[in-house]
Design a protein around this ligand. Sequence first.
Ligand code: MN
Ligand code: MN
Length: 311
Amino acid sequence: MPVNPLADGGSLNEEVLEKYIRAGRIAAKVRDEIGRVVREGMPLIEICETAESMIREMGGSPAFPCNISVNEVAAHYTSPPNDKRVVPEGALVKIDVGVHVNGYIADTATTVCFNPEYEGMVHAAEKALEAAIKIMHPGIMVSRVSSEIQTIIERHGFKPISNLSGHEVGRYMIHAGKSIPNVSHFSIERMRPGSVYAIEPFVTLREAVGRVEDSPEKYIFRLTKLKASLKSVEARNLLKIIEGNFRTLPFAERWLRNLYKEDDSYKRGLLELLSSKCLMAYPVFIEASRRPVAQAEHTIYVGSKEIIVLT
Ligand code: MN
Ligand code: MN
């Protein structure tokens, strides 16, 4: 099954492209609106829930839980149920939102900076993203895009995170096909016409290690396997609910709790689904030397004749 249904000549058919464009518009609006209202002291859970309900009100669906990653946390943090955390003073806050329309996904992020010292990092991430998009065309080597990102980040006096990458996007798949690393590397991959890519430079301080590592915290999950001899009724029921609501897209524990009307009875099923490997959990990513991280991200359609920044 092709990741993206193609029409003639390496372009997405119009109907599919139109859905990507709708998803992109919603994602961009939510990113910008949330970026405007975030303040120091604001509860993270309020930011996540506002972003997710805005997406639904605008006629899209969240493609993954709203990620709010603070300071040295680079990605994959979303509020757990009853999260008490707030935006700390002087924080660097990454807001990463995903929207899908019929499974066609737009993924975008911005960084809000409450510390003037770190503004240069945000600027470097934005400039690297801009430069990468500028050189994108059908057939371009992925390694060329990666080198451009690294060059721009380093020219600004910072360091790219070497083990976080942009990615091709597919229907109901956030990471489909190719990766687009943020550092120079050897690869013979090229960007195909008729495909969609999320480009996301992550920037940290020059003296940082420049890699992320897994934290023990995990608040985002995804269905990986449907069939398994599950012991409990709770696990079997929960699996059906997850498949029906999220398919193969990532979801938050918060969302399960909502579906169970704020009752904790989903928890036993969740544990069994994790231990039987029906679900995978995304660990929160932290910069290895605990230095702050900035991010910028757009989703881009590469057509045979045109490049469209969807977000
Ligand atoms: Mn993202
Ligand atoms: Mn992404």
